[in-house]
Design a protein around this ligand. Structure first.
Ligand code: UGA
Length: 431
């Protein structure tokens, strides 16, 4: 199949390279000349496992090319994917500016056989809206529109694309359904199910999946709070829950709240979609509120360990999770300024997120774990990078000031182990 992928951000570039690796001819389009130039020269603008290698092999095979703006003609395209961003607008709704601009560019150039597919996360009803737009501006076209949401996690996006639990697509015509089937046939042949449903359900399924996962995390984080006030341990509770196949053990890791570019934005957008439909989604709203509460609880717990006035805190990890350089909605962005406001001086280190973090946090950035820990009174395990979780807590304690405290927000160690390591005050989230 011949595919045009508009947008070389996270969704577009990973999807474009993966589709090219399946044997399709893919042109990735962007309006940013520097980005296209760098990609053409073999650069990779994203921190993503396996992506630089995939870009290299697919460019070399000739299956993947780049274009600044749309190619002259779209005549050869079987499908045009819209993979541009749908960030959170000021009002919490999905901001559709980039989708509208991309579709507005494509529409005058569209051929009757080409299917327009939204890959970005878009509010339910977007396919209908784009179709109505198409019918008004190009009434002679048959109008093939589809939704094909992605379920890629940062850090494992390439693997998630090429070995998906499921592919979901929804086209409004038989031709569109057939084109999407052909695009994903190599993955179906490898045993990955492809669920072809209607466009509206495909659009909503993406929000529903993210909201459900966010709810699962918020649920276990609430249990973690309860565990902290009882003798229960959230790790054991999650294990007992997760062994029930109806519940499943994944996404039951308690932590400082979910962050990233997806769960916060998509849960917020879903509540707006629902409000507009007059059907409030109370559980999703509760998951959002519980996520805020989880971070507030962490701030309170750390503040109660010892007075923060004049203390130095060493923060290990800043990104919203390991294996990404993404700082968007990272819990560190809420927790660290709150601790600063209570009089603490913050030093931090992260293997990948430092350059983004420097734009967002007014703290001291360190270039080694040793300098971060030196002369610190409290250490926070913020992000579960193996570089930090693999450290020996006794070594950490030895590098810090006397009578040091530790807040383990990722549950790497037990309170007993931390006490044995020499820490005076210990807080292990959910224990
Ligand atoms: C998420 C979804 O997992 C993907 O399926 C989806 O495609 C993507 O959003 C998207 O909409 O594009 P991602 O944001 O990369 O992917 O990150 P996750 O691995 O899902 O983690 C999100 C947050 O939840 C992180 O802050 C993580 O630390 C937290 N989390 C995750 C927990 O606190 N506990 C868990 O058990 C799992």
């Amino acid at each position: 199949m011949n595919i045009i992928m508009i947008g070389t951000g996270y969704v577009g570039l990973v999807s474009g390279a993966c589709l090219a690796s399946l044997g399709h001819t893919v042109t990735c389009v962007d309006i940013d000349p520097a980005k296209i130039d760098s990609l053409e020269k073999g650069g990779c603008p994203l921190y993503e496992n396996g992506l630089p290698e995939l870009l290299k092999t697919t460019q070399k095979s000739g299956n993947l090319t780049f274009s600044l703006g749309l190619p002259e003609s779209l005549e050869d395209a079987d499908a045009v994917f819209l993979g541009v961003g749908t960030p959170q607008g000021d009002d919490g709704k999905a901001d559709m500016r980039f989708i509208n601009a991309a579709f507005g560019d494509v529409l005058p150039k569209l051929y009757p056989h080409t299917v327009v597919v939204t890959k970005s996360t878009v509010p339910v009803g977007t396919a209908d809206r784009l179709l109505a737009w198409m019918k008004t501006d190009r009434p002679e076209l048959p109008g093939h529109i589809a939704s094909n949401p992605e379920f890629l996690r940062e850090g494992t996006a390439v693997q998630d694309f090429l070995k998906p639990d499921r592919i979901v697509s929804g086209a409004n015509t038989e031709h569109g359904t057939a084109v999407l089937k052909a695009i994903y046939q190599p993955l179906e042949d490898a045993g990955h199910p492809h669920l072809q449903i209607d466009p509206q359900s495909a659009e909503l399924a993406k929000y529903a999946a993210n909201a459900f996962l966010a709810t699962k995390i918020s649920f276990i984080n609430e249990m973690a709070g309860l565990c902290e006030h009882t003798k229960a341990d959230v790790g054991a509770v999650a294990q007992a829950m997760g062994m029930d196949n109806r519940i499943g053990k994944r996404f039951l890791r308690a932590g400082p709240g979910y962050g990233g570019s997806c769960f916060p934005k998509d849960t917020s957008a879903l509540t707006h979609i629902a409000k507009e439909a007059g059907i409030p989604v109370q559980i999703t709203q509760a998951a959002i509120d519980a996520n805020t509460a989880a971070q507030e609880r962490v701030i309170e717990k750390i503040s109660n360990m010892t007075s923060l006035e004049g203390k130095t805190i060493a923060c290990l990890g800043l990104t919203f999770k390991a294996d990404t350089d993404d700082m968007r909605d990272s819990p560190a962005l809420t927790i660290l300024p709150a601790l600063q406001a209570k009089g603490a001086h913050i030093k931090a280190i992260d293997p990948a997120g430092m350059s983004q973090a420097k734009k967002l946090l007014d703290i001291t950035f360190c270039d080694s774990v040793a300098t971060c820990l030196a002369k610190s009174d409290i250490v926070i395990m913020m992000t579960e990078w193996p570089e930090y979780t693999g450290l020996n807590p006794a070594d950490i304690c030895a590098m810090m000031n006397q009578h040091a405290s530790i807040a383990d927000l990722r549950r790497v160690w037990t309170p007993e182990r931390l006490k044995q390591a020499g820490f005076k005050n210990t807080y292990v989230l959910g224990s």
